[in-house]
Ligand binder design. Structure first.
Ligand SMILES: C[S@@+](CC[C@H](N)C(=O)[O-])C[C@H]1O[C@@H](n2cnc3c(N)ncnc32)[C@H](O)[C@@H]1O
Length: 339
């Protein structure tokens, strides 16, 4: 394997430099002979780094024999020391932890290392299973394909968030742990007694968050039968103050049977614009629309709400970028009061 050979009297200085740059491999033992010390180097390290680091020393960089060290990795990076740091960072940034399941995104250049990465993830997150994303979120139900990589092969889990529990299978229903703050934000706006319709409720995560704190009635509508099945289960799990009523169906069909609302939630950001007229027509005077859309411009989203509201007066109470969707495109959230 790759290593540095250096004369003994300079070995300590060189060792310090290699450690500081984090390119000394911990998986193998350094060794010495009569005149030289040999240091094992991480395989991803390229020659130019060594050259610029050690140019003042009489070193040789080449292939040398090293004995394996009996070392225990201390962190995620140690475990994956043969993978370039920047790629490891890409993997860690894309982590989603849902209950006992970690869902990772493996860049194409690391496809052959995905099981090694999954082992490291399992070890350092102390969760039970690791899956990787196999498709984008797609289809009416907004789900994605997942591929099993490591640990227990089970996709049903219980996710804990702010003292609440959500039972779900992430390959069958949409759920994002990254919306935890958004759920709390909406809950903090709600008043007791409100009648709320969640047009695209999924497992009723918004409704349950709200009804844990407020005595409200929430109609949680979803077209995905699995989402509605989990919504029923989650309502039982969480000992709610308010009343969450899961309804299976297309909101276009279901809406006629629902009362006018004080608040309508619309988290289907790729398509919610197609349902804006329906929502505005079902909102009481002075009701609130919690509207979400993928967009690069706050103004475009606000204009759309104003247009759908026609002659009704619209007050924008808040606009925010909930999170980044893709370069330049944000998951925008708008709270609009419509009179
Ligand atoms: C992006 S997910 C959001 C789920 C939930 N609001 C959340 O934040 O976890 C959108 C949901 O809308 C549902 N959906 C899509 N079209 C629908 C429609 N026409 N009527 C009712 N639900 C629909 C999907 O099944 C999916 O569960």
């Amino acid at each position: 394997m790759k290593g540095i050979r250096i004369i003994k009297k300079e070995a300590n200085n060189v060792r310090k430099k290699l450690l500081k740059e984090d390119i000394l491999s911990k998986k193998f033992k350094a060794r010495n002979d009569e005149n030289y010390v040999y240091f094992p180097i991480k395989s991803e390290c390229d020659d130019t780094i060594i050259e610029s680091l050690l140019n003042e020393y009489p070193y040789e960089y080449g292939d040398y024999e090293f004995e394996k060290a009996s070392y225990r990795p201390q962190n995620f990076r140690d475990y994956l020391e043969d993978i370039p740091e920047q790629l490891v960072d890409e993997v860690t940034k894309s982590f989603d932890v849902i209950g006992d399941i970690v869902i990772i995104e493996v860049p194409p250049e690391l496809e052959t290392k995905k099981h090694q990465i999954a082992q490291a993830v399992l070890k350092f997150t102390r969760r039970k299973s690791v899956y990787c994303k196999k498709s984008k979120v797609s289809g009416v139900r907004r789900t994605r394909k997942l591929e099993y990589l490591s640990g227990e092969e089970s996709l049903e889990t219980t996710h804990r968030e702010f003292g609440l529990r959500y039972r779900l299978n992430p390959s069958m229903v949409y759920f994002s742990p990254r919306l935890a703050t958004e759920r709390s934000r909406i809950t903090s706006q709600v008043n007791n007694g409100e009648i709320i319709i969640d047009f695209f409720a999924g497992i009723a995560s918004f409704g349950i968050n709200i009804a844990k704190k407020h005595d409200v009635t929430i109609y949680s509508v979803d077209i995905n039968p699995e989402a509605i099945r989990y919504a029923h289960e989650n309502i039982k799990l969480n000992n709610l103050v308010g009343n969450v009523i899961p309804i299976l169906g297309d909101i276009n069909d279901v809406i006629v049977d629902l009362p006018m609302a004080d608040r309508i939630l619309m988290n289907l950001p790729g398509y919610s614009k197609n349902f804006l007229n329906l929502a505005v027509n079902h909102l009481k005077k002075g009701g609130i629309l919690n509207y979400y859309e993928f967009s690069n411009s706050e103004e475009t989203v606000i204009d759309r709400i104003r247009e759908a509201s026609g002659t009704r007066k619209v007050e924008i109470e808040d606009v925010r970028r909930v999170r980044s969707q893709s370069p330049g495109i944000y998951h925008m959230g708008v709270d609009a009061r419509i009179y």
